[in-house]
Design a protein around this ligand. Structure first.
Ligand code: FES
Ligand code: FES
Length: 179
């Protein structure tokens, strides 16, 4: 598969590389310019637009995806650096009929308002719960410290991740606040 469209969006150059990236479990062979950012490959080349671009300068975390299970800001990584690696985007987190506990937590605890930061928040949270299934509130806040939200004040996001941790461990998730 060759993504001539992907090349065009960064101004055409004859210099392209063929790379293989496993995205959400599926190997994808794509041809990209060496300067193409991973976030543009995901959004424009592979039409995975759940990964957002909020700043393009490594500040906001809206573009967070998992690279071999580690959270990275995909606006700060070149697509060619993902060659031979596994990338997980928010589209790979769960399915409508079987939500990831993190997705369910955000729903249950109302961990979003406009939702722009939410994909990145959820990917950072997924990485945390993969390495620390029983995080403290401080652990959650630290893990999400590279992700900015301009709406929520973070409180419900933290509650959502703690709810997901309980759910994932099979513990009784904390009761939702009465609203
Ligand atoms: S778009 Fe990547 S950190 Fe903001
Ligand atoms: S919910 Fe709007 S930026 Fe976080």
């Amino acid at each position: 598969m060759s993504f001539s469209k992907t090349v065009e969006i960064t101004e055409t150059s004859a210099d392209t590389r063929r790379i293989t990236v496993t995205v959400n479990g599926t190997p994808r062979v794509v041809e990209v310019e060496p300067r193409l950012l991973l976030v543009h490959l995901l959004r424009e080349g592979l039409a995975l637009r759940g990964t957002h671009i909020g700043c393009d300068t490594t500040n906001c975390g809206a573009c967070t995806v998992l690279h071999d299970g580690n959270p990275i800001k995909s606006c700060t990584m070149l697509a060619v650096q993902a060659d031979g690696h596994e990338i997980t985007t928010v589209e790979g987190l769960g399915t409508p009929s079987e939500l990831d506990p993190v997705q369910e937590g955000f729903h249950r605890e109302h961990g979003l308002q406009c939702g722009f930061c939410t994909p990145g928040m959820m990917m950072a949270a997924r990485a945390l719960l993969d390495r620390e299934p029983d995080p403290s509130e401080e652990d959650v806040r630290w893990a999400l410290s590279g992700n900015l939200c301009r709406c929520t004040g973070y409180q419900n996001i933290v509650k959502a991740v703690l709810w997901a941790a309980d759910k994932q461990r099979g513990a009784q998730p904390a009761e939702e606040d009465a609203r």
